[in-house]
Design a protein. Structure first.
Length: 517
């Protein structure tokens, strides 16, 4: 699903009205009716207690007036409150205010600052509709607006937000002072960036995307190149596997991973790759680690590498060069270590490997002193840093990375010419050609060791199957989280481990491809 910024959404609104000729009143009518419909379907048991609708200035308030009219039409008691003077409403919003007034729903004017009527209504209402501010808000919320948001949040009532929780930045997903905590958010046409980045995702609650008739941006000549990865997008990315395929059809992945005391990282990488459908997996590790993995990994092949005290030695590149024959992709990094041998090997791969490479963990740390060397690589790379690794790669801080995750990922992708997967609760994928995506799957139960190793294996397997790097990264990230979501629903919200997620990957593929799951 396309993901837009507030500025892009504003332009799409304008193009739809001015160039296509679809009246703004029609768009507002469709939007407000959608809010009312979603609310009434979510909480039918609260109909008798009614809806408290709080409207701010502009078109967000106008959407609230339309929602009020439809809820009233369907028999809901409605209490309507204005945080600005009635005379401030112009255009479509003003026309819809006049409509509700003609129907006898006289709003309570709170513009003077006394919010006690709202507090009283919230004590007796059933549902709150937040129609105070829209996605274009850029200033800090203060005064009666902030007080109204505090009253809504403390009411204990379920909250439906119009387009975005008021006070939340539609661009960064961060509160601008006070912000509404919604149970559902009904947004128009497309999700906004602020809905899917934390903490915005949590404040948004369940996101309902309501079609109001705005065409695909590409039909309007607009180049939106940002995706939100949901089930539908994942299904679009999955390639059919030929019925007559065999292990050679589905690619051979070479994994270079592990060191003394970190054989588990290499094992988890292999499990992820096998669960993602790789035809063959070979794990190359320092000789003492290979002996352990040969016992633990029944379905994967293992190869020993020269070692120095349990880490790969500087002569390992010679063996890896031989192992690249007949492989389709390489995964490098988990548990590899950061000694001279590992650093030399990773840099050798940058200069000499002609296959797609996914790099994680220690491989990223080996690259962090000069990640610019990736821009001259003869092969495509996928980097999968967590925020700490990202900060080292960009010579920045974790706080700076987290403050603007999309821009950070896009910047590193541009400078290294690699696809970047910035991991986290709202994983961001960025391509050097300017495309970006935000993942919609996964849960907090994934906050345990080894999850990134499994993801590296998944992406590596998809690269080995011939997926382009950006698509492999997007699909790999989504399926990784989707398997964890299925696991959490079946087993419990936390306490599962990375190997459990790897073993649930077949279930995820079954659900996404229409199997029984």
């Amino acid at each position: 699903m396309l993901l837009v910024t507030p500025e892009e959404m504003q332009r799409l609104d304008s193009l739809t009205i001015e160039e296509l000729g679809l009246p703004g009143m029609v768009l507002m009518e469709t939007a407000g009716r959608g809010v009312a419909r979603c609310l009434s379907e979510r909480w039918p048991e609260l109909k008798e207690r009614g809806a408290v609708i709080v409207c701010g200035p502009g078109n967000n308030g106008g959407d609230g007036f339309v929602a009020a009219r439809w809820l009233d039409h369907w028999g809901w008691p409605v209490r309507l409150f204005l945080l600005v003077e009635p005379g401030r409403y112009r255009g479509d919003a003003g026309a819809n205010l006049a409509l509700v007034q003609r129907l006898g729903m006289e709003p309570v004017d709170l513009s003077g600052g006394d919010l006690s009527p709202l507090a009283q209504a919230l004590r007796h209402g059933g549902v709150v509709v937040d129609a105070i501010f829209g996605t274009g808000l850029s200033r800090h919320v203060e005064g009666r607006f902030a007080e109204a948001i505090r009253l809504i949040n403390s009411s204990g009532l379920p909250v439906a937000a119009v387009d975005i929780p008021s006070g939340l930045s539609g661009l960064s997903g961060r509160p601008l002072g006070e912000a509404v905590r919604a149970d559902i958010t009904v947004t128009m046409a497309y999700p906004k960036v602020g809905h899917v980045l934390y903490p915005g995702r949590e404040l948004t609650g369940r996101l309902e995307v309501w079609d109001i008739g705005i065409p695909d941006p590409r039909r309007l000549g607009e180049g939106v190149r940002r995706l939100f990865l949901d089930d539908a997008e994942a299904r679009r990315l999955i390639r059919p596997r030929p019925a007559a395929g065999h292990k050679g059809t589905f690619g051979h992945l070479l994994a270079v991973a592990g060191s003394r005391g970190k054989s588990g990282a290499a094992e988890l990488l292999a499990l992820g790759a096998l669960g993602a459908g790789a035809g063959l997996v070979t794990v190359a590790s320092p000789a003492p680690v290979q002996e352990v993995l040969a016992v633990k990994l029944t379905e994967a092949m293992t190869e020993p590498l020269p070692h120095d005290k349990g880490e790969v030695s500087p002569t390992s590149a010679e063996v890896v060069e031989r192992l690249l024959a007949r492989k389709k992709a390489v995964a490098v990094g988990p548990g590899l270590g950061t000694g001279p041998g590992a650093t030399d090997l990773v840099r050798w791969l940058v200069s000499n490997c002609a296959l797609p490479v996914v790099a994680d963990a220690d491989a990223l740390n080996c690259l962090s002193t000069d990640p610019s060397i990736l821009s001259a690589s003869v092969s495509p790379w996928v980097l999968t840093p967590h925020p700490g690794e990202m900060a080292r790669l960009m010579d920045s801080t974790v706080d700076a990375i987290q403050a603007d995750r999309i821009s950070a990922a896009a910047s590193l992708a541009s400078s290294t010419k690699a696809v970047v997967v910035l991991k986290g609760a709202d994983t961001v994928i960025a391509s050097p050609d300017g495309r970006t995506a935000v993942n919609g799957s996964g849960n907090s139960g994934m906050g345990s060791g080894g999850m990134g190793d499994v993801l590296t294996g998944i992406i590596g397997a998809l690269l080995a199957q011939g997926y382009p790097p950006f698509e492999a990264a997007c699909l790999g990230v989504f399926v990784h989280g989707h398997a964890a979501d299925l696991l959490a629903a079946a087993k419990g919200p936390w306490g599962y481990v990375a190997s459990d997620v790897a073993r649930w990957l077949p279930r995820s593929w079954a659900v996404l491809t229409g199997g029984s799951g």
